[in-house]
Design a protein around this ligand. Structure first.
Ligand code: RB5
Length: 144
């Protein structure tokens, strides 16, 4: 699985922790920045990661900002992206099974770093259920 990851300054430290965690686990992962804790604009990184996933270059994307909210708003503007902001492992599991989410958003000022890693692990390992009703609803999202 090829993963694209990005963050703004609010998510910079968490991005580095998630990167190290996923590299240790053997994932192929590309860092789209930001590359320092200097203040920057989250839509830039959301767009880069979302377009890389929507274009098929990467299978999944992970975006981190202070709340995760700006990243999820921005990522969901890219056609084909289903970005899910998660603060618990139940939602991470459910959004993969039900929404086939292809981008995970996290709020570094909202959750602890160990919980963030648990959410990432749960989200990456959970398959889409491929249930008929879920496929139908996901298709409907394309027309919203
Ligand atoms: C940056 O201060 C903060 O606004 C950003 O990280 C994020 O929380 C936006 O949604």
């Amino acid at each position: 699985m090829r993963i694209a990851i990005g963050a703004d300054h609010g998510g910079f430290d968490y991005k580095n922790k998630i990167l190290a965690h996923l590299k240790d686990k053997g994932y192929e992962i590309k860092d789209f920045g930001t590359y320092s804790s200097d203040s920057c604009d989250y839509p830039v990184f959301a767009k880069a990661v979302a377009e890389a996933v929507a274009g098929g270059e990467f299978d999944r994307g992970i975006l981190i900002c202070g709340t995760g909210i700006g990243m999820s708003i921005a990522a969901n503007k890219v056609k084909g992206i289903r970005a899910a902001l998660c603060s618990d492992t139940f939602s991470a599991h459910a959004t993969r099974e039900h929404n086939d989410s292809n981008v995970l958003c996290l709020g570094a000022r909202v959750i602890g770093d160990q919980l963030a890693l648990d959410i990432v692990d749960m989200w990456l390992k959970t398959d889409f259920s491929a249930g008929e009703r879920h496929i139908r609803r996901i298709k409907m999202l394309e027309d919203v």
